[in-house]
Design a protein around this ligand. Structure first.
Ligand SMILES: [Zn+2]
Length: 157
């Protein structure tokens, strides 16, 4: 869990490399529990609870979470699928933690029919990445747009 959570935080910080983001994400606690029904994970306050067996599917725990080699079938640049390896029949733990960390940042769900990290559900074998709408603005063209642009996204839903 720790290497996956660390990489999930790093991927968010690549998108939003700001100190308040770092503080919010590195303050999160992770626990493993038994969640009801099809729930993969949930967040309450600063605690993310991850279902013990990924709602019966089993977790795909990427041993090389820094790359996406195992999930190379691109539907979109931010929506990837595994095809024929250990990832294909399981739920991606990295995606799930990135999703819950998004909630920690105040980001709500997007359209569940979209191929987004913030859809309400995750298909088996899928990895989703933060969308480019979360990319930082070019600060050279603005005064101090970064934090404000993030909160505009956060308030969107
Ligand atoms: Zn969610």
């Amino acid at each position: 869990m720790v290497p996956i959570a660390t990489e999930a935080i790093q991927r968010w910080l690549k998108r939003l490399p700001y100190e308040p983001i770092r503080a919010a994400l590195t303050g999160v606690n992770f626990v493993v529990g038994g969640l009801p029904g099809n729930a993969l994970a949930t967040i309450s306050g600063s605690t993310i609870t991850v279902d013990a067996n990924a709602a019966g599917f089993g977790w795909y725990v990427d041993t090389t979470p820094q790359d996406d080699i195992e999930v190379q079938h691109h539907v979109l640049p931010t929506s990837l699928y595994a095809q024929s390896n250990a990832a294909a029949a399981r739920m991606d733990l990295l995606t799930t933690i990135m999703h819950e960390l998004s909630h920690r940042l105040g980001i709500g769900h997007f359209d569940n029919n979209s191929e987004e990290l913030m859809s309400e559900s995750l298909p088996v074998g899928a990895r989703r990445l933060p969308n480019e709408i979360f990319a930082p603005h070019d600060a050279s063209h603005h005064g101090h747009p970064q934090r404000r642009s993030f909160y505009q996204v956060a308030r969107w839903r």
